[in-house]
Each structure stands twice: as structure tokens, then as C-alpha cells.
Design a protein around this ligand. Sequence first.
Ligand code: KG4
Ligand code: ZN
Length: 359
Amino acid sequence: MVQKLLVLGIESSCDETGAALVEFEASAAVTQIPSLLSHALFSQIEMHQAFGGVVPELASRDHIRRVLPLISQVLQTAGRTLAELDVIAYTRGPGLAGALLVGAGVACALGAALGKPVLGVHHLEGHLLSPFLSADPPQFPFVALLVSGGHTQLMRVDGVGRYQLLGESIDDAAGEAFDKSAKLMGLDYPGGPLLARMAEQGNPKAYALPRPLLHSGNLDFSFAGLKTAVLVQAQKMRTAAGVAQFQDLDPLQQRDLAASTQAAIVDVLLKKSMTALKETGLKRLVVAGGVGANRHLRSQLDEACAKRQVRVHYPELHLCTDNGAMIALAAAMRLQSGMQQPTMHYAFDVKPRWPLAAL
Ligand code: KG4
Ligand code: ZN
């Protein structure tokens, strides 16, 4: 009989506290994707909105308040107990140091108290593997477009832990470009999804914005200049209309600038992804991270991939942004593939900066 192992995953790298239970068959011969039994999330977005961005100290304190109730919740939902856990996984990095320490501390304290091993997970590996929990899971190998709030990377993925960086942002991430542009349009933090909603009714060709590094000949990205171009365009529009605030402009103009900004970001992500597929010769693309929820990005990628007979996979919408399910899943997949063993050493450390390619 194949032994089944139960993993608790804890995510606390930024402004979302997540917990989840994943079960997997502990045999290298079995390639069955681990199953998600339950997951729970608490988003701190409302708390940080008042400050226009994440306040690290407040984030850490709130993780402390939320993490144990969330763990109880996922155990109760799945009808399991603490004693049934086989491994306790937590996000080890990258992220905010104080926030990471909460998840790591709780995971290691639980592990020590229960006599269960622990495993520190790379947050981006969690995002990268999250499409395996979708109704249409990918198969290795594939090109991954990782687009989160802090990272924009193209990777060649040949298996669990076999990641080759093809290109990445040399400054702002795509999510940051969305958020910073949204901020100067007067939208609340995090502005990405709000800008995307505004863009839906705008004309993406209304304003000519730069597509940085589009023809750079490599797979790197740069979004810092785009944000400046959006700022300059917004200033021009305000001056022409004689208004002090972006929100005082004609709503049509506001929507057009949102749509033009989104189009510029998506255009670059699309073209570079297609180049990565061409250069690697792979016929599968996996999109992960918060910006992967963007509808315009999804429709553009779907269209371009269909033309090239490329299969494209996304995480379920609710698993695009940070969550505990992806952390439990990444731990389970690492254990299942024999890439890593959990440890009974509870002297944890976190890695606020941790390149995925270093795994
Ligand atoms: O992966 P994630 O939850 O956090 C990090 O690990 O960074 O990504 C958050 C980012 C934010 O920048 C947020 O604005 C962006 O994802 N985002 C979106 C959308 N939903 C989330 N950006 C554009 N369109 C969306 N629909
Ligand atoms: Zn993330």
C-alpha cells in the first residue's frame, strides 16, 4: 500500500497569512499530483491601504494574530488533527524578514512540540508550481512566466527544483509597474487589480507608452521607465485639462491611460514569453504569480499560444496571489520527487533575499 503523507503549509512572506493542508503519496514511483485538502487565507490589504503600501512591522504583528486560527481552521475543514501532520512547511523566503520569521517560528515551534519534521519553502517555487493545483495541470518541461509583485522572471523548468533562469527584470517587477502606475492614478494599494478593472473599458492605443527592452535581444525586462512615462503622460493630461488631480480628469481619459499602461506591460510580457518558447523549443507555458490573474494578459497569451500550438497553464484565480496552498504543494512536490528531506533541526533561519535559481 502506498503511504500518504500530510503536509501543513504556512505562508507569511508579505501581506497575506495563509495555511493549507496537502496530502501526497510518498513514493517516487507515483507521479500523482498532491491533493489540496483545505486552505485558508487572511489578507491584510485593508490594514495597509491606509498607508498606501505594506508596513512591514504591522504585517509581522498581524501574521502573529492570524496564523494559529488559520491553522486550526484548515485542520477542522479537512477533519484532521495536529497529531496527523507528517511535515510542517513554511515560506523561508524571499519576503519581509519579520513577516517570514512569524511563519518560520510557528512552523518550527509546532514541529518541535509535535516531534514532526519541518521544511522551508521558496516562495517563488510555490508560485511556479501552483498551476499543478489547477483543473488543467501542466507537465514538465515548460517555460514559466513568473509575474508577482516583487519578481518578473522567465524560467526553463525541467522538473521540481530544476530551474534555469532565462531572463528577469533589471528594475521594477511587472506587478510593481501595475501598482506604481495605479498609485499615481490615485488608486488604492495594491492598485494592480484596480488599474486592470479600469483598463477594461479604456482604449489601449490611446496613448503611446514605451515597451522597455522589447528589442533588447535578451529575455530581460525593465519596467521602471514605463512608470515614469505614465507619470509624464498623466501630468500632460492634467495640465491640458487644467485639473490638479488625475481623478479630476474625464473618466474616459483615465480609463484610456489605464488601458494603455496595461497594454504596454502585457505587450512586453507576451513578446518575451513567445521568444523564450521559441528559443527553448518548448511547447508549454506556465504563468504564475499575482499578475497572472490579469485578464488582458491571459487573453493575449491564450491567443498567441493557440497560434503556435503551445499549451498554456495558469493557477486557479484564487491561487494566483499569495496563499498557503502553494507552499504546502511545493513542499509535497519536493518531498515526492526526492529533491529534499524535511529536517528535525528547528534552528530556523529565513532568507529575505533568495534567488530561485540558487535552489
Ligand atoms: O504574487 P503576489 O501575490 O505577491 C508577490 O509575491 O509579490 O503578486 C501581487 C501582485 C501585486 O503587484 C498586484 O497588484 C498584482 O500582483 N496583481 C495584478 C492583478 N492581480 C494582482 N496585477 C494586474 N492585474 C491583476 N488582475
Ligand atoms: Zn507571491
